[in-house]
Design a protein around this ligand. Structure first.
Ligand code: FCB
Length: 472
């Protein structure tokens, strides 16, 4: 359990507990490039990004930040910034190109080199197995709505654990299964771009199942001391008013946004209200006997990715002001209106609201006692550019990070067991449907030359790490 001293006096320095993990996060498809090298096959993102109109500017991850070739330089940057941890993801189509069967040694070798370079730099590797780059062959066989994909994931997890288990102590099965299921298969704004609400609910269940089977495969291959986790983008949902209809709208979004994962993973059950809300779409008979015991395999911590809260209100059934179709909220879409939250915004048009992070951490403190939490992503995109001297000044990002770290500190002071904080992201990168138009890095990347320039926020974050907290 992490603790901090009594609440700091206003204006005092905010010191984090000893051993607090400070890092940054990235994902394979967003930074690696080298899309056709060393046996890697297309993932659903390689396919999707080639469909005209799906990704801004027609951008793809073909080259991205060329991290595949610049890995040593990137680890050097982290070392100079003083990171204790680095959260990266493994590209499934690099390691198991057809999504089944034997592993590709050259793909595994890249991650062996990455991990060895990190360890030499004194940085703890935190490996995520799935950050959305499903091998295209598995999508062609049905994708996440198809149960077999969960079994395939467990096989893949075993390959990676077998190769890296002697040197990686922290593991995450899935990143944000909500996005994989509902942006991928319901609203279709992410790969593979399907708009089938029932299939999206199946996908969510099969992602939970993949997580549980993956935990088992990891435990079977890893030393007992290894930590195994899951990362969710748990939504902070606020009703516009406390009128019963608005509160019910928030309940619906909480069910299909959060409890659809939290309940199977931590309680071995499906939320009863979710089953009711989605009754017109499915009878959930794809959930087989025994599945919910698999999804509930114990894990060592929960990773949380937080960016901003969501405000909702009721839309009368059938009224045109509900969430437009196709919606990423099966069973809730037509009944819920999403409203702009007040306050300043990032370049993603996401509201800046550190209070939401405090709400999330204290909610989970109460609902999941004994489960340590890690902020596996938090950060912001702004319109950064290098000035004539080559410097990148990003005061808004520093303010964003500072505000959110203060919220984490307050949650810890109030009893939340938060073990670490990872900035999204180390590098500017391929921001999914937004392509390279949104810059989240604390290190600027000039995509024409691949030159890296630490932004002011990188230097600021290095000071926070060195100090173990925030200056007054
Ligand atoms: C999260 C994703 C991550 C990144 C940030 C901005 O949903 O996990 O890859 O795109 O959003």
């Amino acid at each position: 359990m992490t603790t901090v001293d009594a609440p700091p006096a206003p204006g005092a320095a905010l010191r984090f507990p000893p051993g607090f993990r400070w890092g940054t996060a990235t994902a394979a498809y967003q930074i690696e490039g080298a899309a056709a090298l060393d046996g890697r096959t297309p993932s659903i993102w390689d396919t999707f990004s080639r469909i005209p109109g799906k990704v801004l500017g027609g951008d793809t991850g073909d080259t991205a930040a060329d991290h595949y070739h610049r890995m040593a330089e990137d680890v050097g940057l982290m070392r100079r910034l003083g990171m204790s941890d680095y959260r990266f993801s493994v590209a499934w189509p690099r390691v198991q190109p057809t999504g089944r069967g034997p592993a590709e040694r050259r793909g595994l070798d890249f991650y062996r080199r990455l991990v060895d370079t990190l360890l030499e730099a004194g940085i703890r590797p935190v490996a995520t197995l799935y950050h959305w780059d499903l091998p295209q062959e598995l999508e062609d066989a049905g994708g996440w709505p198809h149960r077999d994909t969960a079994e395939r994931f467990a096989e893949y997890a075993g390959h990676v654990a077998g190769a890296l288990g002697d040197r990686v102590a922290s593991w995450t099965t899935l990143n944000e299964p909500w996005c994989a299921a509902f942006l991928g298969y319901a609203s279709g704004v992410h790969a593979p771009g399907r708009t089938e609400p029932e299939a999206a609910l199946r996908a969510a269940h099969h992602l939970n199942l993949a997580h549980g089977l993956g935990v088992r495969a990891l435990r079977a291959a890893l030393p007992r001391s290894a930590e195994v986790s899951l990362t969710l983008n748990a939504h902070v949902v606020r009703p516009l008013t406390d009128a019963a209809a608005d509160v019910d709208a928030a309940r619906r979004i909480d069910a299909v946004g959060n409890r659809i994962f939290l309940d199977p993973v931590f309680h071995g059950r499906l939320p009863a209200d979710l089953v009711r809300d989605t009754a017109a779409l499915t009878d959930w008979s794809f959930v087989r006997d025994g599945d919910l015991a698999v999804t509930a395999e114990p894990i060592d911590w929960l990773g949380l990715n937080y960016y901003s809260p969501t405000v909702v209100a009721a839309a009368g059934p059938g009224t045109p002001d509900g969430e437009p179709e196709p919606s990423p909220w099966p069973g809730a879409g037509g009944r819920v209106r999403f409203l702009p939250a007040p306050g300043p915004r990032t370049a993603m048009d996401w509201p800046v609201d550190p209070g939401g992070l405090y709400e999330l951490l204290t909610r989970l403190r109460d609902e999941l006692p004994g489960v340590p939490l890690l902020i596996t992503e938090n950060g912001a995109a702004y319109g950064d550019h290098a000035d004539p001297e080559g410097a990148v000044h990003d005061p808004e990002r520093i303010a964003y990070l500072r505000g959110h770290l203060a919220a984490v500190h307050r949650a810890i002071a109030d009893g939340a067991d938060v073990r670490g904080y990872f900035v999204w992201s180390l590098l500017d990168n391929f921001e999914w449907a937004y392509g390279y138009s949104k810059r989240f890095g604390i290190v600027h990347v000039d995509f024409a030359t691949q030159r890296r320039t630490p932004k002011d926020s990188a230097r600021w974050y290095a000071e926070v790490i060195a100090r173990g907290g925030l200056a007054p």
